[in-house]
Design a protein around this ligand. Structure first.
Ligand SMILES: O=C(O)C1=C[C@@H](OP(=O)(O)O)[C@@H](O)[C@H](O)C1
Ligand SMILES: C=C(OP(=O)(O)O)C(=O)O
Length: 432
């Protein structure tokens, strides 16, 4: 098993790095480009394990994808261009791949089987297979298609007006993708707005959608046209570097080309609320997505409460936020975040249990956690449990601990941020 020893820093973090491509947007770029007619060129694609799983699945469905160092080219075949896969489609560790792909496969007359790793086997699929079955897809799987392996045979779909019980962009996107194949209109309404990358990107491929505060609808049969996509840096990866800059004394770092889509930027709101010295510089657009450079300098922080509609805007950043909160003055309360329980691990349990091992004052609650600030991180050995975000959060602790922190199973970090340790080391080199 891979592991990394992180030693307490004797210096501050300084310098500028470019954050790797956004994982959510990279998945969508390959998937939508495959559904489109003609060629799509994607710049800034994240070569993380999850997005590579999406590429592998699209190749198994007969799509030609050229992978170059700086860009990839997808030769889309249109909505009806996929071929029946010759073998099982393996999504690895990626919830986004299996859920979005299920929406596409629901529109295909052929049969496909989807599996993933041990983590995927525990993640709920009924939230996607339920509405897809309402649209007429035939889907089987463990516990009535609640868990993998999933067997999907689609075709002849009808549009639905679906009220999702969870704010989930994966659910919303899967239904909208199936909606492209359905007769009539498909509409999804959510309890709070989830990330809207699918809506923005479908529009740039030429699809017309009706968007309101909490709902999206589209009419089936619309064609996608190949285009060029420039993927912004992933704010969920940037979050770990932002926390490092905020908590390592004397630090001053700049992260370039970070996506600041308002449905994803809850981390920025939280940092500012906690008193971080954060500047949002050089705001501009990469296609339909807003980006900026983020400069963060070490400063005193205070605890906060994070709840309600803010949660979907920072759900993947909570492991990083827990580390940030451990260094703030006072208590930080995170609530309404039950969704953490169904990520790569139960992130309420893994964050709380691993941070406790390192000496952080932290308690789990039913829907989140309470983190006690001014915690002294003593050091020790912790595990990622093959959850990339847990691995990175624990590594951050090593930078500010009294003793060394050993993080086990750090290979998992390649799921979303393959150059994490390299980038951190880069910021250590450019020293005072
Ligand atoms: O659509 C996406 O790209 C994602 C949506 C979120 O999941 P849910 O849709 O389950 O909320 C997020 O946690 C995940 O990392 C990526
Ligand atoms: C939950 C995550 O991803 P996915 O659902 O795609 O596995 C994540 O990246 O934190």
């Amino acid at each position: 098993m891979s592991q990394q020893l992180v030693e307490p820093l004797k210096q501050s973090l300084q310098g500028t790095i470019e954050i790797p491509g956004d994982k959510s947007i990279s998945h969508r770029a390959v998937l939508f480009a495959s559904l489109a007619e003609g060629k799509t060129t994607i710049y800034g694609f994240l070569r993380g394990d999850d997005c590579l799983s999406t590429i592998a699945c699209m190749k198994s469905l007969g799509i030609k994808i050229e992978e170059n160092e700086d860009y990839i080219v997808v030769h889309g075949k249109g909505l009806q261009g996929f071929q029946e896969p010759q073998s099982i489609l393996d999504v690895g560790n990626s919830g986004t791949t299996i859920r979005l792909l299920s929406g596409v496969l629901a529109g295909q007359e052929f049969s496909s089987v989807l599996i993933g790793d041990d983590s995927i086997a525990k993640r709920p699929m009924a939230r996607v297979t339920g509405p897809l079955k309402m649209m007429n897809a035939t889907i089987d799987g463990r516990s009535l298609a609640s868990y993998t392996p999933l067997h999907i045979r689609g075709g002849s779909l009808k549009g639905i007006d679906y009220h999702s019980p969870v704010a989930s962009a994966q659910v919303k996107s899967a239904i909208l993708l199936a909606g492209l194949y359905a007769s009539g209109t498909t509409k999804v309404t959510e309890p709070s707005k989830s990330r809207d990358h699918s809506e923005r990107m479908l529009e740039s491929f030429g699809v017309h959608l009706e968007v309101t505060e909490k709902s999206v609808s589209l009419v089936g049969g619309q064609k996608l046209q190949g285009t060029t996509v420039q993927v912004p840096g992933d704010i969920s990866s940037a979050a770990f570097m932002l926390v490092a800059g905020a908590v390592v004394p004397g630090s001053d770092i700049t992260l370039k080309n970070v996506g600041i889509n308002p449905t994803r930027s809850g981390m920025i709101d939280v940092l500012l609320e906690m008193g971080a010295n954060l500047e949002i510089l050089n705001k501009r657009r990469f296609g339909s997505e807003p980006v900026a450079d983020l400069r963060i300098q070490y400063s005193a922080l205070k605890g906060t409460t994070i709840s309600g509609d803010l949660i979907p805007r920072l759900i993947d950043e909570i492991p990083a936020i827990a580390v940030l909160a451990s260094q703030a003055a006072g208590k930080t309360v995170i609530k309404d975040a039950e969704e953490l329980k169904v990520k790569e691990t139960n992130r309420i349990d893994t964050v709380v249990n691993q941070l406790k091992i390192l000496g952080v004052g932290i308690e789990a609650t039913d829907d989140g956690m309470i983190i006690h600030g001014n915690s002294v991180i003593s050091g020790g050995t912790v595990e990622s449990f093959h959850d990339h975000r847990i691995g990175m959060a624990m590594a951050l602790c090593g930078l500010i601990s009294k003793g060394n922190v050993t993080v086990k199973d750090t290979d998992a970090i390649a799921v979303s941020y393959p150059t994490f340790f390299e980038d951190l080391r880069g910021l250590m080199k450019e020293v005072n």
